[in-house]
Design a protein around this ligand. Structure first.
Ligand code: 5CA
Ligand code: ZN
Length: 409
């Protein structure tokens, strides 16, 4: 699949800093010091509805990761998937009496537009589940041949007991895992499974549903977790730097993915850091496609909201926090954008070399975007109140805000 165009990232003077980031698996902050090439996998959308502010907030967090790494002059290999065949997509297509491939293509196209408008840097490899099927089938066969998978009425399940490290990503007790499994695409109550938590690797073809040739597995379609493992291992290999997504992906999705990879390669963990963004709520409840309490990025854009203001609204919350989208959050961001633009539109001003370092420091410290915004606010306040004569300052501030925060002033 093609991704979307990259906005240019200006180079900044001096040296970027290594990223310290909270890792769900070790439940602490770790310093990532990749070699010249940093590798990140971020779970992509299931394209059955438009991009909402919750999605945008999660992708914003991982866009910051990329920007911190690029500032250290590293190359970044960024991989993202599109779950372009799965139950929720097929259910929505059926409900609305439309072709599931058209629905997926339309919503993926809109996602690309939203990401472009928000200046999110694109992945180098943007891969759909459907196009990944030829790589998924042999992995499922290998898991089965290793005795880590079993068949149930033609479907193939992964046995969580085959992984000695199962549970080490999300650290949940059995009851919590069972509840979340039922909530998030699993089928803990299906009779005949070895363990209620066992996730599906390959679903045998169902009447009226799309299916693909699965070699010795028979016709069917892939399970959700093996999709991301196959794509990640194919484009990044084992032990890449970050696997990212919203906190609702820690279990079962990233836990199961780590388990599949552990059995396939004998290694744990698949990613050096498991990074999870908090959930954005609307009217007191997590924004979710299934609940329908959504604010769409495209709707805001259509209403004339500057994408840079949307981006500033996302940046005003720490990525790990759960927070609520309100009209005030957006109004504050609009006002901030106006102030920042006024400050950098002056021909000269207050020196900004310290500001570059402060923004670097904030972001390298577990992506503390609110602290980065506060640092820019301080420079802007001073710039508006004082008559500086540094002619390079406004340009340097614009480049810093663009390169590190993805905001075009
Ligand atoms: N296709 C799978 C991942 S492989 C998937 O979860 N798709 S999704 O469309 O449901 O979500 C895309 C990303 O947005 C995920 O990382 C998810 O955790 C995140 N996300 C979904 N809802 C919210 C929310 N309300 N707040 C923050 N992030 C969210
Ligand atoms: Zn995923």
């Amino acid at each position: 699949m093609h991704a979307w165009p990259a906005s240019e990232v200006p180079a900044l003077p001096g040296k970027g800093r290594d990223l310290q980031i909270h890792d769900t698996a070790t439940q602490g902050t770790i310093t990532l010091a990749p070699g010249p090439v940093a590798r990140i996998y971020v779970c992509g959308i299931t394209p059955y509805d438009a991009t909402h502010i919750g999605h945008a907030a999660t992708y914003n967090a991982f866009d910051l990761v990329q920007r911190v790494w690029l500032d250290t002059k590293r190359q970044v290999i960024y991989v993202q998937n599109v779950t372009d065949v799965d139950d929720p997509l097929l259910e929505r297509a059926l409900r609305d009496n439309q072709d599931w491939t058209e629905l997926a293509e339309r919503e993926t196209a809109l996602f690309r537009e939203d990401m472009t408008a928000l200046r999110m840097l694109p992945p180098q490899h943007y891969i759909g589940a459907v196009e990944a099927i030829p790589g998924i089938v042999p992995l499922v066969e290998r898991l089965r041949d290793a005795g880590a998978a079993y068949e149930l009425d033609g479907d193939v399940y992964f046995s969580v007991e085959s992984d000695p490290n199962f549970g080490k990503v999300s650290h949940l007790d059995a009851e919590a895992m069972r509840l979340l499994s039922a909530e998030r695409g699993g089928d803990p109550d299906r009779a005949g499974k070895k363990n209620p938590l066992d996730p599906m690797l390959w679903m045998a073809a169902r009447p009226g549903e799309p299916s693909w040739d699965g070699g010795s597995l028979g016709r069917g379609r892939p399970g959700w977790h093996i999709e991301c493992v196959a794509i990640a291992l194919d484009h990044l290999g084992m032990t890449f730097d970050i696997q990212g997504g919203g906190s609702d992906l820690a279990f079962p999705h990233h836990e199961m993915g780590a388990s599949h990879a552990q059995v396939l390669t004998g290694e744990f963990p698949m990613a050096k850091a498991y990074v999870h963004a908090g959930m954005v709520a609307l009217h007191g409840e997590k924004m979710s496609k299934s609940k329908g309490n959504l604010v769409f990025v495209s709707a805001l854009r259509r209403a004339g909201v500057d994408p840079a203001a949307i981006r500033l609204a996302l940046l005003s919350h720490h990525y790990r926090a759960d927070w609520e989208w309100t009209d005030e959050v957006l109004a504050e961001a609009v006002a901030r954008l106006e102030r920042w633009r006024a400050a950098v539109s002056r021909p000269d001003g207050i020196p900004a070399d310290d500001l570059v370092e402060e923004v670097r420091e904030a972001l390298s410290n577990d992506l503390d975007a609110p602290a980065a915004l506060a640092a820019v606010d301080r420079w802007v306040d001073l710039q508006i109140a004082t008559d500086g004569d540094d002619e390079s300052a406004p340009g340097l501030v614009s480049r810093t805000v663009d390169a590190l925060l993805g905001v075009a002033l």
